[in-house]
Design a binder for this molecule. Structure first.
Ligand code: ATP
Length: 346
C-alpha cells in the first residue's frame, strides 16, 4: 500500500510563502496530477514529497509511515524530472539499470528488470545504443524506464513530457498512463498542461497561489469547478462569465435576459462553457467579433453586453463578423459564482 498523505504542509522561502496549509491524500495506485500556472507551487510540493525540499510546517506520510525526516532514498519513491539526467556516455541498458546496480541487485535481476521496462517503453531495440545518440523523445523514455525499473511504490514526475514535440507528447501521454496503470504504482504528476492533466489523471489537484483550490476527477473539475479560478483556468477556451443581478424568486438578469438561478439576494457571476451555447430564438444577444473555423467546429468570439464571450458552434453555421447571434445557454450546464468569495454557489 502506498497511500500518500500531505498534512498541513506549508513552505516559506524567506518571507515568501510558496505553499499554504496543504492537505491532500493520494490513494494507493492513484494517478494524481498537480495542475496550475507557473509559480503556483507545484514543483515545491513535489520536491517536499520527494525529500528534496524541507517543509516549513506539516507532515508527509507514505504507506502509513511518516517520511518527512527521511532522506529521499529511504522514501520508496522514484522520480522523473523535466531535465531528466540520462548519462550520455552510458548505453540505454546501463542507464535504465543504473539505480538497480546502485542497489547491488544481481546481474540477472538487473537484466530482467531493464528488459521488462524497456519493453514497456518501446525502447527494447535501443538497449545497446549510447544515450548521447538518442533523440529527445527516446531519452525521455529512458528516464521513465529507469524510474519504473526501480519498481517503486510511488513515482513522482515533474513535467516529464515537456521536451517532446506535440505529436510525441500525445503518444507518450497515453503510453505512460497505460504503463503506470499496469505497474500498480501510485503516481504524482506535475504539469501546467491542462490537456495532459485531463487525459491522464484519476484526480486533478488544481493549484493557485500556493493553495489547492480543488481536488477532484477531471470531469468534475471541468463540469463543476469549485471556484471561479478553476472555471477560468480549465477548458480551452475557458468558461464565459457575466454579471448577474437578482430579480426575485430565483430569477436572475444576465445581459438583459431573465434566467433561472439560485435563491440568493446578492449579485453573482453567471458562467457557461463555450460549447454549452446554442443559437436559438431567445437567449443572450451576442455581436460576433471573430470567427475561427477549427475543422470540427467554429470558435466564435463575441461581445455580450460589452463582455468578451466565446461560443463553440456547429461548423456548418453561416456566421460572420458583425452578425448578431442569439445564444441560449444549456440550462443544466450553467454555473454560478459568488464574486465575494469567488466560490461556486449551488
Ligand atoms: P513552474 O510551473 O514554473 O515550475 P511551479 O508551480 O512548479 O512553477 P514552484 O517552482 O513550486 O512553482 O515555485 C513556487 C514559488 O516559490 C515561485 O514563486 C518561486 O519563485 C518560489 N520559489 C521556488 N523555489 C524557491 C527557492 N529555492 N527560493 C526562493 N523562492 C523559491
Amino acid at each position: 500500500m502506498a497511500e500518500i498523505q500531505i498534512k498541513n504542509v506549508a513552505k516559506r522561502f524567506g518571507s515568501y510563502q510558496a505553499l499554504h496549509d496543504i492537505n491532500l491524500t493520494i490513494q494507493d495506485q492513484e494517478f494524481m496530477v498537480l495542475l496550475g500556472a507557473s509559480g503556483c507551487g507545484k514543483t515545491t510540493l513535489l520536491r517536499i514529497i520527494a525529500g528534496l525540499e524541507t517543509a516549513s510546517e506539516g507532515e508527509v506520510w507514505i504507506g502509513g509511515r511518516r517520511v518527512d525526516h527521511l532522506p529521499p532514498k529511504d522514501r520508496g519513491i522514484a522520480m522523473v524530472f523535466q531535465n531528466y539526467a540520462v548519462f550520455p556516455h552510458l548505453t540505454v541498458f546501463e542507464n535504465i539499470g543504473f539505480g538497480l546496480r546502485m542497489q547491488k541487485l544481481p546481474n540477472d535481476e538487473v537484466k530482467r528488470r531493464v528488459e521488462r521496462t524497456a519493453g514497456l517503453m518501446h525502447i527494447d531495440q535501443l538497449l545497446g545504443r549510447y544515450s548521447g545518440e538518442l533523440s529527445g523523445g527516446q531519452r525521455q523514455r529512458v528516464a521513465v524506464a529507469r524510474a519504473l525499473a526501480m519498481e517503486p511504490d510511488v513515482i513522482l514526475m515533474d513535467e516529464p513530457l515537456s521536451n517532446l514535440d506535440a505529436l510525441l507528447r500525445m503518444e507518450m501521454r497515453a503510453e505512460l498512463k497505460g504503463v503506470l496503470a499496469e505497474s500498480n504504482t501510485t503516481a504524482i504528476y506535475v504539469t501546467h498542461d491542462q490537456v495532459e492533466a485531463m487525459s491522464m489523471a484519476d484526480r486533478i489537484s488544481v493549484m493557485h497561489q500556493g493553495k489547492i483550490v480543488q481536488a477532484a476527477s477531471p470531469i468534475e473539475v471541468y463540469r463543476n469547478p469549485a471556484a471561479e479560478f478553476v472555471a477560468g483556468f480549465i477548458g480551452n477556451p475557458p468558461m464565459n462569465f457575466l454579471p448577474a443581478t437578482p430579480s426575485g424568486d430565483g430569477k436572475w438578469t444576465v445581459a438583459g435576459q431573465i434566467l433561472d438561478g439560485p435563491s440568493r439576494t446578492t449579485p453573482l457571476h453567471f458562467a457557461i462553457r463555450p460549447e454549452d451555447l446554442r443559437p436559438a430564438d431567445t437567449g443572450l444577444a451576442a455581436t460576433v467579433k471573430v470567427v475561427e473555423p477549427l475543422g470540427a467546429h467554429l470558435l466564435v468570439t463575441c461581445s455580450v453586453d460589452g463582455a468578451l464571450f466565446r461560443a463553440v458552434l456547429d461548423s456548418d453555421l453561416n456566421v460572420r463578423r458583425g452578425d448578431t447571434l442569439t445564444l441560449a445557454p444549456q440550462p443544466d450546464r450553467v454555473r454560478w459564482f459568488d464574486p465575494e468569495t469567488t466560490l461556486a454557489v449551488a
